[in-house]
Design a protein around this ligand. Structure first.
Ligand SMILES: [Mg+2]
Length: 312
C-alpha cells in the first residue's frame, strides 16, 4: 500500500485554507488544539483563510463569535463563507442587477450595496429578477418562496447557490441543509446551479487570490496554487475541491471523517481521484505543528493511506 507522509505532503506549503466545522470547531465548540494551531500560524507568519460553507451569518458576526470562543481575536478578513463568496460572485457577474437572495438577515448584509428584491416583490412577474441565490435562509426556504424562486428561474434568471451540502451537524444534531433545496430545484428545472461555496472552484480561487495578496503585501515571492494546502474533514468538499483548483488537500480526523470511516470508505473504493488526500493528520494541531516544524507530530499522523489512481 502506498503511503503519504505528512511532512512530505506539507513540503513547500506557504499558506493554508482551513475548513471550520470539523477542523476548528465541532457542533459550535472549539476543537482541542485549534486555538493553539492558529497561534502557531500567526507566530510563524503563515497566512491562512478559513473557508466555510456555513453561511447563516455575516463574516463580522462569525469572527466576533469565534473570537469569543477562542479567547483570541479572529479577523473577519481571514474568513470566506459561501455567502460572502456568493455576494462577491453576483457583484462581479450581475452588477447593479435585481437579485432574489435567500440568506439569513445577517448574511444578507454581505450584499450591502447590491440591488436586492424581496420574495414578495418577486412574486409579481413584472418585477425583474436577474439572478436567484439559494442559501441558508432557514424558514425563508418555504414552499411558497421556493415556488417563487422556481418560477423566476424557469423564466431565465441565473441560478446561483451557496453550496450543495445536504445536511450538517448543529447543537440540535443532524440538520437538513439548503443543498437539499438546491437539489430539488435542479431536478425540477433540469439545470444545474452555479455553486459558490465548497467544493466549487469559485471559493477556492477567491481564497487563493486573497492569500496571494497577503504574501505580496509581506514582500514574498508570488504564491502558486500548489503552495497552498487545504485542511478539511470532508473528502469531497474540502479535499477534492482543493485538488480540482490546484491546491493540496489534507484530511483531518476530527470531524465528519474518523479513522474508521476513512478505512471503510477506502475499503469500499469510494476514495478515488481528487478525493484522495495528500496526507491524513489526526488534527489541525498535528498538521500545523508539522508545518511550522514544532513537536513530534509524526505520532499523530495517520500515514498509511491508499492512493487512488484517478486524475487530480
Ligand atoms: Mg467540515
Amino acid at each position: 500500500m502506498p503511503t503519504t507522509d505528512l511532512g512530505a505532503a506539507l513540503a513547500g506549503v506557504r499558506a493554508l485554507v482551513l475548513d471550520a466545522d470539523g477542523v476548528l470547531l465541532y457542533a459550535g465548540q472549539p476543537l482541542p488544539g485549534a486555538v493553539e494551531a492558529l497561534a502557531m500560524l500567526d507566530a510563524a507568519a503563515i497566512p491562512y483563510r478559513v473557508v466555510t460553507n456555513f453561511s447563516l451569518a455575516h463574516r463580522e458576526t462569525l469572527a466576533a463569535g469565534v473570537s469569543r470562543q477562542f479567547g483570541r481575536p479572529v479577523s473577519p478578513a481571514t474568513i470566506i463563507t459561501a455567502a460572502s463568496a456568493a455576494a462577491a460572485y453576483t457583484a462581479t457577474h450581475h452588477p447593479g442587477e435585481p437579485l432574489l437572495v435567500f440568506a439569513s438577515d445577517d448574511a444578507q448584509r454581505e450584499w450591502d450595496g447590491q440591488h436586492l428584491v424581496s420574495p414578495a416583490e418577486a412574486e409579481d412577474p413584472a418585477t425583474p429578477v436577474a439572478a436567484v441565490v439559494i442559501g441558508d435562509a432557514g424558514d425563508e426556504l418555504s414552499f411558497r418562496n421556493m415556488n417563487t424562486a422556481f418560477r423566476r428561474l424557469r423564466s431565465g434568471a441565473a441560478f446561483i447557490a451557496m453550496h450543495r451540502n445536504l445536511w450538517w451537524v448543529t447543537a440540535k444534531g443532524i440538520t437538513l441543509d439548503s443543498g437539499a433545496v438546491v437539489a430539488g430545484l435542479e431536478e425540477a428545472l433540469e439545470r444545474r446551479a452555479t455553486i459558490t461555496g465548497k467544493p466549487s472552484p469559485v471559493v477556492f480561487r477567491e481564497a487563493l487570490r486573497e492569500l496571494a495578496g497577503d504574501v505580496r503585501a509581506a514582500g514574498g515571492p508570488r504564491l502558486r496554487a500548489n503552495e497552498v494546502a487545504m485542511i478539511g474533514d470532508d473528502l469531497e468538499s474540502d479535499v477534492a475541491g482543493a485538488h480540482r483548483t490546484g491546491l493540496r488537500g489534507l484530511l483531518v480526523l476530527t470531524g465528519k471523517t474518523d479513522a474508521r470511516g476513512l478505512a471503510s470508505a477506502q475499503g469500499a473504493g469510494r476514495v478515488r481521484g481528487p478525493a484522495v488526500p495528500d496526507a491524513v493528520g489526526e488534527s489541525l494541531l498535528v498538521v500545523v505543528a508539522r508545518l511550522v516544524g514544532r513537536g513530534a507530530a509524526t505520532d499523530g499522523a495517520v500515514n498509511a493511506i491508499e492512493a487512488g489512481d484517478g486524475p487530480r
